[in-house]
Design a protein around this ligand. Sequence first.
Ligand SMILES: [Zn+2]
Length: 312
Amino acid sequence: MKRCLISLLMLVAGVATAAEFDYGLRAQRIAGDVYAFIGKTEDFTPANGGNIVNTGFIVAPGGVIVIDSGPSRRYGEQMRQAIAAVSERAPVLVINTHLHPDHFLGNQAFAGVPLAALPATIEGIASQGNAFAENLFRLTGDWMKGTEVRVPQRALAAGTAEIAGRRLRLIALDGHTGADLAIYDVASGVLFAGDLAFFQRAPTTPHADVGRWLAALDQLAAITREAGFTALVPGHGPVTRDAAPLRQTRAWLTWLEGALRRSAGDGLDMNETLDRPLPSEFAALPVAANEYRRSVGHLFPAIEQEVLGAGR
Ligand SMILES: [Zn+2]
């Protein structure tokens, strides 16, 4: 009887744990065969388990093409189940848009499926992936249990490619990181912008080159004007039918760079720059204050050196 009770308690505890670590992934249909999982517009927390990112998939004639795999093994597994609820076709390729951990740590759940990324993304995941995973473990806790880095093996080249019977335009850009892949699905007109586009959430900049990022946004804007575009899936934030995420990301980056330059030009130090209030247009964006603080840390030292150097 006692043993029975213990088993029952363990069973209940097990169920409770499984429910606790449920990301609640539901595929949102963007166009015919194109879907996305939309994450929260928050920081990483133990409550959200790192589900602050958008991932997606395309049901192609030859199988499912997965675009980013989320922040943990658990997310990848639940994503795979949620994909299976939509299509019985097997995943045939997982593409990682860039080296940030919320975009690739679910790779492990796709054992046996080729993993692909731009060459610099592959190098970055190989060299820094473990450090990123440890950091995410620190920020989100047990959601990450059992998560290990799986480095993509297949290098993607820019250009139009036929993948699993689907024509994809692979757009190799950079600026958010050293290599940022955007994917334009020719049949549906859906653009997966990766983290080159944030919407209704302040952009992150730990590996950013703002000038290059703005140039990349120009290129994506040109595609939305010219290519029969129907929807844009940003790396973070809601899906749109227009190019608003590109405009909002551009506005934030332009303001951020200008504000840091003015600050340096005015002779303010880092703490004084941190104390500057955000304009109301940006203060209302989710996590704006935190991202501003982090961006000052990432970007201000170089801008300060440049501005002070120019003034000598
Ligand atoms: Zn990113």
